[in-house]
Design a protein around this ligand. Structure first.
Ligand SMILES: [Mg+2]
Length: 260
């Protein structure tokens, strides 16, 4: 019998980054998500009881329509920034991320700009709620403009972390609430559980329960994009306390693997 092949060490981001950058499957998943979004948008416009935001309260039927999208890995593709981690054998470093954002060089998630333009053509205000920092707003707008994403000039539709004191946290619920006070929120579009629900920084088990409680929303009011590279799903593996070193984090991840 031949000896088992030894697998070479590789950066953990290699496969997810290549999937995003080269596979037709990733591209198809994104197009599929935005196609579902378009179908839902048309339904939601007709149904005045429809809302996607749990923060939406009171009588909202007569409010003007809006949609809320996340930015990173939802409308903009940062895989080149991730590829730099693989090539440079580094992890996520805030300084490197800031430099990447300042380049305004992120790509477009397939189908995103066309969908947002379609929504705008239906008089739906397009909001972008992102955990990019407020200082990055000009660069972020510049990046969005490259692909023709609708940006309203009358009202600030790019709502970033720290833009207001009450928006200091990565928790997006206060920003969804601010939109829901003036608009009927037709859709939430994102790549992370936090783009839809509050209190998601918890255990894997609790997150699964929360998602199950809202199972009927996926593909309707809530449109999720695939992001295999990072997210609160990965942080959840490290709960209740994230290990200090990269190696310990790796062991913690591996401890989740099911082998039967
Ligand atoms: Mg995102």
């Amino acid at each position: 019998m031949a000896a088992a092949q030894t697998i070479p060490d590789a950066h953990e981001k290699l496969i997810p980054t290549l999937w995003v950058q080269t596979s037709v499957e990733w591209r198809g998943s994104a197009l599929q998500a935005y196609r579902a979004a378009r179908v839902s948008l048309d339904q939601a416009l007709k149904d005045k009881k429809w809302t996607a935001a749990l923060e939406q309260t009171g009588s909202y039927g007569k409010l003007p329509p809006a949609i809320i999208l996340d930015i990173d890995e939802t409308v903009l593709d940062n895989s080149p920034g991730q590829a730099r981690q693989v090539v440079g054998k580094t992890g996520f470093v805030v300084r490197d991320w800031d430099a990447w954002v300042a380049e305004a060089a992120a790509g477009e998630i397939p189908g995103a700009a066309e969908f947002c333009k379609y929504a705008a053509s239906k008089k739906v205000t397009v909001f972008y709620v992102s955990n990019r920092e407020a200082k990055s707003e000009a660069d972020t707008r510049r990046n969005l403009q490259k692909f023709g994403f609708p940006l309203s000039d009358g009202v600030d539709t790019v709502l970033l972390r720290g833009e207001k004191p009450e928006w200091a946290a990565s928790e997006k619920s206060p920003r969804r609430k601010a939109v829901a006070e003036k608009y009927r929120v037709l859709l939430l579009v994102g790549d992370d559980f936090g783009d839809f629900l509050t209190g998601i920084r918890t255990t894997v088990e609790k997150r699964a329960e929360m998602a199950a409680a809202h199972a009927e929303r996926w593909g309707r009011e809530w449109i999720v994009l695939p992001n295999p590279g990072y997210g609160s799903w990965e942080s959840a593996l490290q709960e209740p306390e994230r290990p200090a070193t990269a190696l310990e984090q790796l062991w913690k991840r591996e401890s989740w693997l099911r082998t039967k």
